[in-house]
Design a protein around this ligand. Structure first.
Ligand code: ADP
Ligand code: ASP
Ligand code: MG
Length: 425
């Protein structure tokens, strides 16, 4: 029996009852002979509440202080969980990210893990303890300041620790029974996926399926750590994410043509209006955005109006970066040269993901047909080898997701997808 890393999300430890339930589950794994490291998120919506609080005292809170504040959320759950485990008669010790050896760069609010040195965790395990680690946080190698890994970052903590400790599996416990063909909160007929490749999971996560964080899947693929996504509220097998299909009992699991439909309403669209149609303009716009450390997603340049020689360039970005992007562009308006800026946060993105797309003609046509039959207007399009994404009005997203899910034959005919907890916030 080897070492397992288990990660429990906010909805699994939302209250005292939840913490006690999770403690029992961890103790079970220990009793089965495993060494157990449990990574925890903040309780329920604590992180959102702390952000709201910070914004009440300062509209754009200082990154360093915001990180200091947010890491408190995970500290609360780690200490309570260790207490609950001790109360069951087992030894447990809690550790902050910094104590667990999670070393990051110094970009506050979205730091990247650059190394994990889990000496103290190893020691604690060797002494027979269960080790509890606060997710989503680390310490900067350069500044020694406390950092956070970005929303949903506990998933990455778990996989990074699993890699550093050479765990046999990283179990991600959440409020649904696994990865489904669409968000079960939107599509009641979504189907649980038994196995999904790292590649398809990466695209789903990057397209907004927040059940796993994109960076965590990237990390798992790089170190070849199998992930088992499952519910902390049920005993069911969940979804395996790994490089090769797995056998489940006597059932051989195969690669699906289409893995699923993802949606994302966390982005906004910026349109730079009246840009001179000459070389260097796009470079100037996106250099400005990059210098502000903002990641963008889709980009489109409209056809230039012949009469004026001017064009419009639109791009999408996380809503949370909207203010910063507009400020940066306004500041450089003179040097870039454009007429005005438009900001639209009422957009949504729908993506169809599947490796089978490469070899099955007509997927794109069927996708657009499904959207048009549902009366959904498309504003932007982008594709990769195994994904097609469109931007639509935000209000159209639920309907569009369901229409595409049905059109590609993904609806399950029996079990309704269960959501056990969480507010979906
Ligand atoms: P946790 O607090 O455990 O980290 P999250 O809220 O981050 O949980 O992720 C779980 C949620 O992800 C689910 O409640 C579900 O609404 C959402 N989700 C989005 N897409 C999917 C999908 N394809 N399969 C399963 N869940 C999904
Ligand atoms: N508590 C953090 C968040 O809500 C990190 C996490 O849950 O993974 O984003
Ligand atoms: Mg999460």
């Amino acid at each position: 029996m080897g070492l397992v890393v288990q990660k429990y999300g906010g909805s699994s430890v939302a209250d005292a009852e939840g913490i006690k339930r999770v403690a029992k589950r961890i103790v079970e794994a220990k009793k089965n002979g495993h060494q157990v490291v449990a990574v925890v998120s903040a309780m329920g919506d604590t992180t959102d509440e702390l952000i709201d609080l910070a914004e009440q005292v300062s509209p754009i809170p200082a990154g360093r202080e915001l990180d200091m504040l947010l890491t408190a959320g995970e500290r609360i759950s780690m200490a309570l969980l260790a207490m609950a485990i001790k109360n069951l008669g087992h030894e447990a010790q809690s550790f902050t990210g910094s104590q667990a050896g999670v070393i990051t760069d110094s970009v506050h609010n979205k730091a990247r893990i650059i190394d994990v040195t889990p000496g103290r965790i190893r020691e604690s395990l060797d002494e027979g303890n269960i080790a509890i680690v606060a997710g989503f946080q680390g310490v900067s190698q350069d500044t020694k300041d406390i950092t956070t890994l970005g929303r949903g970052g506990s998933d990455t903590t778990a996989v990074a620790l699993a890699a550093a400790l050479d765990a046999e599996v990283c179990e991600i416990y959440t409020d649904v029974d696994g990865v489904f063909t669409a968000d079960p909160r939107v599509v009641k007929k979504a189907r649980k996926i038994d196995w999904i490749s790292f590649e398809d999971m990466l695209e789903l996560a990057a397209s907004g399926s927040k059940v796993l964080l994109h960076r965590c899947v990237e990390y798992a693929r790089r170190y070849n750590i199998p992930i088992h996504v499952r519910s902390s509220f049920s005993g069911l097998q969940g979804t395996w994410v790994s490089s090769e299909p797995i056998n489940q009992g006597d059932k051989q699991v195969e690669q699906a043509i289409i893995s699923g439909v993802a949606h994302d309403t966390s982005e906004a669209k910026v349109t730079v209006v009246g840009v001179p149609d000459k070389p260097g303009e796009a470079a100037a716009i996106f250099r400005t955005i990059a210098d502000a450390e903002i990641n963008i997603d889709m980009v489109v340049q409209n056809v230039s109006a012949a009469a004026t020689g001017l064009t419009d360039i639109s791009f999408t970005l996380p809503k949370t970066e909207g203010r910063k992007a507009i400020d940066a562009l306004e500041k450089n308006k003179g040097t870039i040269g454009f007429d005005s800026l438009r900001y639209d946060d009422q957009i949504g993105k729908i993506s169809l993901v599947g490796a089978g797309m490469k070899t099955n003609p007509g997927v794109t046509a069927d996708f657009f047909t499904a959207l048009s039959d549902a009366g959904v207007n498309i504003e932007l399009i982008s594709t990769s080898e195994i994904r097609i994404s469109v931007v639509t009005r935000k209000d159209d997203v639920p309907e569009a997701v369901r229409a595409v899910h049905t059109a590609f034959g993904l609806d399950s005919d029996s079990d309704e997808a269960v959501v056990y907890g969480g507010t979906g916030r």
